[in-house]
Design a protein around this ligand. Structure first.
Ligand SMILES: C[S@@+](CC[C@H](N)C(=O)[O-])C[C@H]1O[C@@H](n2cnc3c(N)ncnc32)[C@H](O)[C@@H]1O
Length: 211
């Protein structure tokens, strides 16, 4: 059982109203021009608009309860036919994809390097990983002093994300305030040769990795 099974009934209360980021992800999907995997897709907040736009998407998550929410949301919107779901871990899915998205989930994983390596091995030639993580500045003292979201994010990370990571194999506990330099190291350790900040918002770092 995943820690997120017990959070699932409340997950959308926090996240359902936020849609300002969706156009940016639609642009990435259009540029990828092919098969899209959303890893750790949760309740389908991002899969739903992508499927509505006509993209073929696959959603993978270890939480059965989160995946059920996603399946229900997409079926209700009439786009279930464009979506595949698989209960699998970030190091256990199969297939090959032009775009693999990690939205707000890498830091929840016990083995982020293993997850990034598995993604590299399942990218189609020329494919891209889109990594979206909570905004954080490099270095904890600077992050606390200069990032107004930091205090709240450390609390959320300590109560949900870090225990979830510790409950899994490896248990790296990256935390939701890792910052770009630490995230880059995860992807370099996984064998990626290109890593760049594509964009940022006050809430998120939007990073792109290529093999
Ligand atoms: C904060 S939620 C993000 C959900 C979704 N991506 C979003 O942006 O709304 C984190 C998700 O990661 C999933 N997760 C955590 N560890 C995982 C792993 N090792 N493999 C696959 N999914 C995992 C959880 O079940 C949960 O659905």
């Amino acid at each position: 059982m995943s820690d997120y099974d017990s959070i699932a009934p409340f997950y959308d209360i926090e996240h359902a109203q936020f849609d300002e980021d969706l156009d940016m992800y639609r642009n990435f999907a259009e540029l990828s021009g092919g098969k899209i995997l959303e890893l750790a897709c949760g309740s389908g907040r991002l899969l739903l608009p992508l499927a509505r736009d006509g993209f073929q998407v696959m959603g993978v998550d270890t939480s059965v309860a989160m995946l059920k929410l996603a399946e229900h949301a997409l079926a209700e919107a009439g786009v279930g036919g464009r979506t595949q779901f698989e209960v699998a871990s970030a190091t256990g899915y199969t297939g090959r994809f032009d775009l693999i998205c990690f939205f707000d989930c890498l830091h929840d994983m016990g083995d982020p390097v293993g997850a990034a390596r598995h993604a590299r091995e399942h990218l189609a030639p020329g494919g891209t990983v889109l990594l979206v993580e909570p905004f954080a500045l490099d270095g904890r003292p600077r992050n606390i002093a200069e990032n107004p979201m930091a205090a709240m994010m450390y609390v959320a990370s300590a109560s949900i994300c870090t225990p979830n990571s510790l409950s899994q194999e490896v248990g790296l506990a990256l935390g939701a305030q890792a910052g770009e330099a630490r995230l880059r190291k995860v992807f370099e350790d996984a064998g990626f040769t290109h890593f760049r900040r594509a964009a940022q918002t006050p809430m998120n770092l939007i990073l792109e990795a290529r093999a």
